[in-house]
Write a protein that binds this ligand. Sequence first.
Ligand code: KIV
Length: 318
Amino acid sequence: MALSAKLEKGHRYNTAASQAILFGGCERQMARLTVTQVLEMARKGERIAMITAYDYPSAQLVDATGVPIILVGDSLGNVMLGYEGTIPVTMDEMIHHTAAVVRGSTNALVVGDMPFMSYQALDSEAIRNAGRFLKEAGCQAVKLEGGRAVAPLIRKLVGYGIPVMGHIGFTPQSVNQLGGARVQGRSSEAARELIEDALALERAGAFSIVLELVPAQVARAVTERLEIPTIGIGAGPDCDGQVQVFHDLLGLYPTLQFRHAKRYAELGEAIQAAVRSYIQDVQDGAFPTDAHSFSMSAEEETRFHELLGDAPSQAQVG
Ligand code: KIV
């Protein structure tokens, strides 16, 4: 559904007017954005920005900007751990990093990405693993890849109180099946399949769907047909929101430039320039100065030299 139409039609989700909740009989304001508020944002036509983060400092930095959703993506494998892709990423790695992001944030909704083979083999394993994200890492929702094939699982997870973000189009965990990182849904038949997948995820209870590398026309058609928000990456301007990988957005890998990403800073180059200046200062003796050093009192220094049996220094004599 187009954003304006979403507004007019209203939404079938129960959007809490206030996030006041009861803790031990006392009303307390919840600071973090909730999935119902995400749905409300889409209903009001507010575009939703989502960004990935993988550790405590990056979570603190992005959370302070007011970004509504932080995704701890399994792109962790590529950008943080040096794997060739997302397939080797484990549950323990995801839990470790997601917990750090939760500790580093107080405002954003944090979504943990379920890694390859943490949800495909058995529903019971999938439910337990999704539960680990909420119980051990402390995030508020999980994301998993796939269309109609994962809809029954999503229905179960949502039924057990675990909010789920879907992910269709190019799904990196299926890179071997898809034959590379390719745009999906370019043919009319494939585009129709994507719409069927999106509708199945919505019916199963997903609260939003990532559309990765799909033609802009197809992303628009999916967005128009859904009530839940679509969040695009390489899916054109008509999704309800957008997601970008932290390292792509900030130029932390200066030699990597993707068509679907926009660089808002050149931090990789800035970091290297800063480290080069530091090396130079150390070599030149320009760092540290007195401003970065600590001293003992003159009296203690004198006693110290007496203890060592040193001759008084010129400074002490003077
Ligand atoms: O792992 C990830 O970062 C993702 C986003 C690109 C959507 O899945």
